[in-house]
Design a protein around this ligand. Structure first.
Ligand SMILES: [Zn+2]
Length: 58
């Protein structure tokens, strides 16, 4: 079962940039993302971003 529509597994585990999916460089904490595990059931999780996208992720 996919944990979040539109995100790769690595992104959901903060192992890839939440914006560009890059996973082979430096990753920085980028706050939290939110998706719906099921309709009407929001799920919040910690996300990571590469230096290029850290400011743009929200
Ligand atoms: Zn990125």
């Amino acid at each position: 079962m996919p944990a979040g529509a539109g995100y790769a597994d690595a992104q959901l585990h903060a192992l890839a940039c939440i914006v560009c999916t890059k996973d082979d460089g430096e990753l920085l904490p980028a706050g939290h993302g939110q998706t719906e595990a099921r309709p009407g059931e929001p799920l919040t999780w910690a996300v990571a971003a590469c230096p290029e996208h850290q400011d743009g992720a929200s």
